[in-house]
Design a protein around this ligand. Structure first.
Ligand code: SAM
Length: 261
């Protein structure tokens, strides 16, 4: 892993392409995190805290590392989790995202960090199939499920190219209490989030600024039942234990899952 860029070229790329939603360390003591441009403090810890929280279950299921694995990172944004997959030994990683600018950022990080075995391409998850991306041992599906207009169909596409494990991180709907119908059934709540306007690159949901999006928030049970339905025989919620992870993981508003064939 040798950088393709000089220190000056990295500084120029950071200025030109920032802000970045993931904090990635780069050569020459540089990094993608710029406090003055960051929208939320969570951007500094998003990758490291989620890796600490969710990767151990995946690594254990894979025999200790991602060595020998081909990894797909869907909705990769600027590729922070793709970088982590390579650090954990993945043979190769493909990151896909629907936004050109995020893939431009990811390719800049690839060159700056000298990641020979990571590739990035602009792709809608709904266009994922074996002929567009190939097949993968492991898929990372972070921060996407609750944004999807057709969550079952999109997850079906992602599952169709996943041979072994899928690691999912998503906002979840806390289970409404009181009515047994609500506590026992898998539920999805329909959301109409406000559009991002021209603040496109300051929010990770700015890719549909011209539309009034419809999104669905699943309960924990809904995620588990969906993944089982898509052919994963073992699906488990990963319980939060680290202090670094956002409080919403402890409050039942966000959760990670490992689904295995
Ligand atoms: C909340 S961000 C999550 C980014 C990253 N995976 C993470 O967890 O930090 C949502 C990402 O999904 C991407 N995205 C949304 N809809 C998509 C689609 N249909 N196909 C591919 N990427 C999509 C957005 O461009 C954005 O980068």
């Amino acid at each position: 892993m040798t950088t393709q860029l000089t220190k000056e070229e990295i500084i120029e790329g950071l200025d030109r392409l920032g802000p970045f939603h993931h904090h990635v360390e780069l050569p020459h003591g540089l990094s993608t995190h710029d406090e003055t441009q960051s929208r939320r403090s969570i951007e500094l810890t998003r990758v490291s805290s989620l890796v600490e929280h969710a990767f151990p279950s995946l690594l254990q299921a894979c025999g200790g590392s991602l060595a020998g694995k081909r990894v797909l990172d869907v909705a990769c944004n600027c590729g922070g989790f793709s970088v982590e997959a390579t650090k954990h030994g993945a043979d190769s990683v493909l990151g896909v995202d629907i936004v050109d600018h995020y893939i431009e950022q990811a390719n800049f990080i690839k060159d700056a960090a000298g990641l020979d075995n990571a590739n990035f391409k602009v792709l809608d998850v709904n266009d994922i199939n074996e002929s567009t991306v190939g097949m993968f041992d492991v898929t990372l599906c972070f921060g996407l499920l609750y944004h999807l207009e057709n969550p079952v169909l999109s997850m079906k596409r992602i599952a169709s190219v996943t041979k072994e494990h899928m690691l999912i991180d998503t906002a979840v709907l806390p289970t409404p209490k009181g009515n047994p119908k609500f506590t026992s059934r898998p539920l999805w709540m329909m959301n109409f989030p406000t559009v991002a306007g021209d603040d496109k690159h300051h929010t990770t949901s700015g890719w549909r600024a011209d539309e009034r999006p419809i999104q669905f928030a699943p309960t924990v049970n809904a995620v588990i039942e969906l993944m089982k339905n898509l052919g994963f025989s073992k699906v488990a919620k990963i319980e939060p234990t680290n202090s670094d992870i956002e409080t919403r993981y402890y409050k039942g508003r966000r959760a990670s899952f490992l689904a295995s064939r």
